[in-house]
Design a protein around this ligand. Structure first.
Ligand code: SF4
Length: 347
């Protein structure tokens, strides 16, 4: 038996065409799943009994299990999910004005060892399957009921490009009009700078928003924050992004976690301005939220304003991401909402 969420639409279509079912039947199945939110094939009453039996014998619709939901005062909700092998991941639903954004995970843990990231402390346990990635989105849609899920960000646990194939298949399913129907402009892949992944994405012409968790344009500092810089250097990253922009004409967003007395000085601004240069991009500034088991410090309001004003002098859109309570403060899986207690529950 296969989880139907593991298969792209065209694959399910092929399987059912091979047993003589017309393509409109497949549309009907997906209408039951996505519009009526029915996950039991036997209840899909517009299908023939034979087809319902076949579906029940061939596919499952397996979803991650919700273990806990933590509600923030600002309305965000953090979900601790359990997967079939009893490992855990998290996702966060962030309502804001008329938007509902879901921050999802792509791996259980992460191998990239970024020093500011709670997920990094778990190490990599495994990649998520396609079904486990899109299952998070389906669960969130069930939770939202009549409200629409508008945006998806791959900024939860894991480096999406370290699980490239499954993430891209999931993205295709999220965009598919018969399935999740989410616009490419509303799906963001956030990476720590895995150059082969960025190159592959641009060559394959997958339409999504690309975010780079940058955090410093000074090589030694970025190496301290993000050891991936030892493998993929800052100049190589810049070159790759120039090619990406040239090929796709999509703007890039840089995520920059502001850490007091570390990456907010004159040299940092100078390096950042030089790095960004002529790239068509946005810069998202994220104030570091102190975690009591990491030694970095949060900047003051004045330091944040000062830093952002100086950056605005360059020809880029600079925004300060509002911290959502203490729950959400994420750049590329920087799950700052992993409090030490949560972390313990994940390990
Ligand atoms: S910031 Fe992203 S890439 Fe770095 S360790 Fe955390 S999850 Fe992995």
């Amino acid at each position: 038996m296969q989880n139907i969420f593991e298969l792209e639409y065209s694959k399910v279509e092929n399987i059912l065409n091979n047993i003589g079912e017309k393509s409109y039947r497949i549309k009907q199945i997906y209408q039951w799943i996505f519009q009526k939110k029915i996950t039991n094939f036997s209840q899909m009453s517009s299908l023939s009994k034979n087809l319902r039996n076949y579906l029940e014998e061939t596919f499952t619709i397996g979803l991650p299990k919700i273990v806990t939901i933590n509600n923030s005062v600002d309305g965000s909700q953090k979900f601790l999910l359990e997967l079939s092998d009893k490992t855990n991941i998290e996702m966060v639903l962030i309502p804001h004005l008329n938007k509902n954004t879901l921050c999802i995970s792509s791996q259980v843990g992460c191998a990239r060892k970024c020093s500011f990231c709670a997920t990094a402390q778990m190490g990599l346990i495994r990649n998520l399957t396609i079904a486990e990635i899109v299952g998070q989105v389906y669960l969130a849609q069930l939770e939202l009921g009549d409200k629409r899920l508008t945006n998806i960000v791959f900024m939860g646990m894991g480096e999406p490009f370290d699980n490239y194939d499954n993430v891209i298949s999931a993205v295709k399913m999220l965009q598919n009009k018969e399935m999740f129907k989410i616009s490419p402009r509303r799906i963001t892949l956030s990476t720590s700078g895995v150059i082969p992944g960025i190159e592959k994405l641009s060559r394959e012409g997958i339409r999504v928003k690309l975010a780079i968790s940058l955090n410093s344009a000074i090589p030694e500092k970025r190496k301290t924050l993000m050891p991936i810089t030892n493998k993929y250097s800052i100049p190589e990253l810049k070159k790759t992004l120039q090619n990406y922009s040239h090929r796709t004409h999509f703007p890039v967003t840089f995520e920059y976690v502001m850490i007091r007395n570390f990456n907010m000085g004159k040299d940092d601004i100078k390096a950042l301005i030089k790095f960004v240069g002529d790239l068509s991009c946005k810069i998202n500034l994220i104030p570091w939220n102190s975690l009591n088991y990491l030694s970095y410090e949060s900047p003051s309001k004045m330091e944040i304003t000062d830093f952002s004003e100086k950056l605005k002098r360059i020809n880029s859109a600079v925004t300060i991401r509002k911290s959502r309570g203490n729950d959400i403060n994420a750049a590329c899986g920087q799950l700052a909402f992993h409090s030490i207690n949560d972390k313990n529950s994940l390990l």
